[in-house]
Ligand binder design. Sequence first.
Ligand code: ZN
Ligand code: ZN
Length: 133
Amino acid sequence: MQGRCLCGAVRYRIRGEPYHVTHCHCLSCRLASGAPFVTWFTVRELELEWRGEVRHYRSSMGVDRGFCPRCGTTLSYRHEASPDEIDLTAATLENPELVAPEDHTWTQDMLSWIRMLPLLAGHRRHRQYDRSA
Ligand SMILES: [Zn+2]
Ligand SMILES: [Zn+2]
């Protein structure tokens, strides 16, 4: 499996199976990504290979978040309590369909309108394109 940031300056490759696939709703993930929640999966650090420079931000005690210094894509999360493991953003996988989220974490921080998602109208592309329909 492989993945990359938006601009392609950072790429990664994984050997081995991803596990602990979850939608994290915590406030830190929200602010770090600019998205209402972040979908993560975990891999063994030894089974991950980076290409390109990842910059790191210590978002809280023992937490290190990796991102592309050029385009800002949120890429990784590490906690010093689990130094052998690293979390990667599922959406940066070349094929995110290969991992299936198992649950939601930090639901105490979940935005109320996330529960509305399945109820909202959908547009195949931009909303304006549907006006002629
Ligand atoms: Zn980038
Ligand atoms: Zn989080």
